[in-house]
Write a protein that binds this ligand. Structure first.
Ligand code: ATP
Ligand code: MG
Length: 362
């Protein structure tokens, strides 16, 4: 059997810095008998500088072949004035679109050592471990018609929320599959009280549940009430599945329950490939952070935890994923902090590579 394959796209800004720490962990696995076939390539501004495009066709083709893509971050002030069609972000959008990554997984997990960091009371967030599944390739961000039109004397801005049954069906399945590996509970959020797409969403999610996942506990909530419950008592949830727009908002809100942007991983999954594993791209939630790039200050944990997600969802290495997450937990409990995790009481932050080394040692 061939080795599991990974395409690494470090990208711009702190992307290469945090990815270097993941490289150390991948190399360590090699010494333990699990060798990944790793290839590395350019994306975003880095690709634009070399090829005049934020994603070369060869890179795109490679992304379609590998078991998992790991991406750092794209963009930066240097590219602000570029034409829209070659902006660094377009590289990432093309990957998502052509790989058809329709399920965006955003965990919100609170490490005990950082529970004081949340804006919420400690008992509300301590031990929090929820997963938001956001539909990523359809809905109001893509629906037609769209545009700004003239109507009489004024202009009208139009976007269309549109979901097909099959689009809802497949993302619902992702959520139920995920729930079975976690707390076995799914809460589906929409606005079935005021939106036709919400009515269909609720109906299809319920049908998928009744036919194929009756063992998973399913509830439905209006997304506005869900937002409120998420802030009031987030631990009531396990997996939340929702559409592109609501998921955009709810996942950002959920993420901030737990503290720093430097801690948050994500996965974007598509349809199963021939080997049964989903097409997959893993990336930290944070951006290229140009304000701290090149200074060794970036927190590599979001990127490391994204690799842990890859171990779990692309390589069936759930135990190793848990080990890696425990290692992160341990270094935090030991008091190690990158600058973004320093509270008002201050202290001496560790560098990106010191944090990476400590996680590896743990
Ligand atoms: P994008 O448009 O790509 O999302 P952004 O400007 O919205 O970028 P980031 O680039 O993520 O957001 O940066 C937001 C802030 O968070 C910055 O001040 C940045 O320094 C900080 N930050 C982001 N990621 C990290 C990290 N891994 N470690 C430390 N600080 C970070
Ligand atoms: Mg941003």
């Amino acid at each position: 059997m061939s080795n599991p394959s990974i395409l690494i796209l470090p990208g711009d800004g702190i992307g290469p810095e945090v990815m270097a720490e993941v490289r150390k962990i991948i190399d360590w696995f090699g010494t333990q008998g699990t060798t990944f076939d790793v290839s590395e390539d350019l994306v975003g501004g880095a690709a634009y500088d070399k090829h005049g495009t934020p994603l070369h066709d060869d890179t795109m083709a490679r992304a379609q072949e590998v078991d998992a893509v790991l991406l750092g971050a794209v963009g930066g002030p240097k590219y602000d004035d570029l034409d829209f069609s070659v902006k660094p972000e377009r590289g990432l959008l093309r990957l998502r679109k052509e790989m058809d990554l329709y399920a965006n997984l955003r965990p919100a997990q609170c490490f005990d050592a950082l529970a004081d960091f949340s804006s919420l009371k400690k008992d509300v967030v301590a031990g929090l471990d929820i997963m938001i599944v956001r539909e990523l390739t359809s809905g109001i961000y893509f629906g037609e018609p769209r545009g700004i039109i003239h109507e009489g004397n004024e202009r009208v801005g139009i976007n269309t929320q549109r979901y097909t049954e099959s689009e809802i069906d497949r993302v619902a399945r992702s959520a139920f599959e995920l729930a079975r590996r976690r707390g076995n509970k799914v809460c589906s959020m929409e606005k079935a009280n005021v939106m036709e797409s919400g009515i269909l969403w609720r109906e299809v999610v319920q049908k998928v549940h009744d036919e194929d996942y009756p063992d998973v506990e399913l509830s439905h909530m209006y997304a506005d009430a869900g937002a409120m419950q998420l802030c009031r008592w987030p631990k009531q949830f396990d997996v939340i599945v929702t559409d592109n727009l609501f998921g955009d908002l709810l996942s950002d809100a959920a993420a901030m329950l737990t503290g720093s942007l430097g801690m948050l991983p994500s996965a974007s999954l598509g349809a199963p490939m021939a080997n049964g594993r989903p097409k997959a791209l893993y990336e930290p939630v944070h951006g290229s952070a140009p304000d701290i790039a090149g200074q060794g200050k970036a927190n590599p944990i979001a990127c490391i935890l994204s690799f842990a997600m890859a171990l779990r969802y692309s390589f069936d290495m759930g135990e190793d994923a848990t080990r890696l997450e425990r290692a992160v937990e341990k270094v935090l409990a030991d008091g190690l902090r990158t600058a973004d995790l320093m509270g008002p009481e201050g202290g001496t932050p560790v560098s990106t590579s010191e944090m990476g080394d400590a996680v590896l040692a743990a």
